[in-house]
Design a binder for this molecule. Structure first.
Ligand code: BTN
Length: 274
């Protein structure tokens, strides 16, 4: 990626809308009449959201973004590999901007020294014909927050690049790399560029800490309705069966092998690494 500055400046100019505070950048994209592809950034979010309706702590110091696309002709089925592709894009952007080599935990968390430093939440607004009217790629990267932001129940789970390394991340540089890479991923999905997606899947496998590990599949259907599987897991892990994570397929599904030797592809949900 030569001349990142000039190319990315041109790309970002006119697309980026920055706010000191929003409830959630994803919610902003969903709730507003957006007429053109744009990037929404908030310096803090009062109701940052993660997957499965969880809260995403979004204090000052992190990079909170939503890439909002209005695809002219994109069927929802084509989005299957998108979150995995985005995890690769974020991984590359962090590496280019900071020199750090993070780990990817299936499906789309980025970890540094075992702590979560990034989460990705892809959401869509669909038209009646099943076409994607709005595609929202929400990314939260814990860059420069102090360690106090991750006290209490988050202490063993999440942290920031600054708290873990003592180094400040140049967020402008990170935003530039990330925006170019996310746009590349979006184009890849729209065009159905499977060769390129295969390369990304290969990169994902090389950085995925889940492969080869014993995991528990946190199936929502094994807990009572409305209960967070992660909470149920903390109370009683035996509810969830163990399996070995053996591979990632080209759609970023996780292939697991059960005790009886049968393999299964997990496409949605969450796992806990033993
Ligand atoms: C997860 O960890 O489950 C996903 C977290 C996604 C957080 C980002 S921050 C920017 C965007 N706005 C939100 O409310 N969520 C996403």
């Amino acid at each position: 990626m030569k001349n990142i500055n000039a190319a990315a400046d041109r790309f970002i100019m006119g697309r980026l809308m920055e706010f000191e505070e929003l409830s959630s950048t994803n919610e902003y994209c969903k709730g507003n009449d957006i007429r053109t592809d744009c990037i929404i950034r908030a310096h803090r979010q009062t109701s940052g959201r993660g997957r499965m309706g969880r809260k995403f702590v979004s204090e000052e110091g992190g990079l909170y973004l939503s890439y909002c696309y209005l695809p002219p002709d994109l069927k929802a089925e084509k989005l299957m590999p998108l979150t995995g592709l985005c995890a690769v894009a974020v991984h590359c952007a962090i590496e280019k901007a900071t020199g750090l080599n993070a780990d990817i935990k299936w499906t789309n968390d980025l970890l540094l020294y075992g702590k979560k430093i990034c989460g990705i939440l892809v959401e869509t607004v669909l038209g009646e014909d099943g076409k994607v009217e709005k595609l929202i790629i929400g990314i939260g990267i814990n860059t420069n927050q102090k360690s106090e932001c991750f006290e209490g129940e988050l202490e063993n789970i999440a942290s920031s690049i600054y708290a873990l390394t003592g180094k400040e991340t140049d967020e402008t540089k990170l935003l530039k790399y990330l925006s170019m890479l996310i746009h590349g991923v979006y184009s890849m999905v729209c065009k159905g560029d499977f060769d390129r997606m295969e390369e990304y899947a290969e990169y994902y496998r090389a950085h995925c800490v889940t492969i080869g590990k014993e995991v528990r599949i946190l199936r929502p259907e094994l807990v009572s309705a409305g209960k967070d599987p992660r909470g149920a897991y903390a109370e009683d892990p035996s509810v969830f069966p163990k399996a070995i994570a053996v591979d990632i397929d080209d759609n970023f599904g996780l292939i697991v092998r059960h005790k009886d030797g049968k393999e299964e592809k997990i496409t949605f949900g969450e796992i806990s690494i033993k």
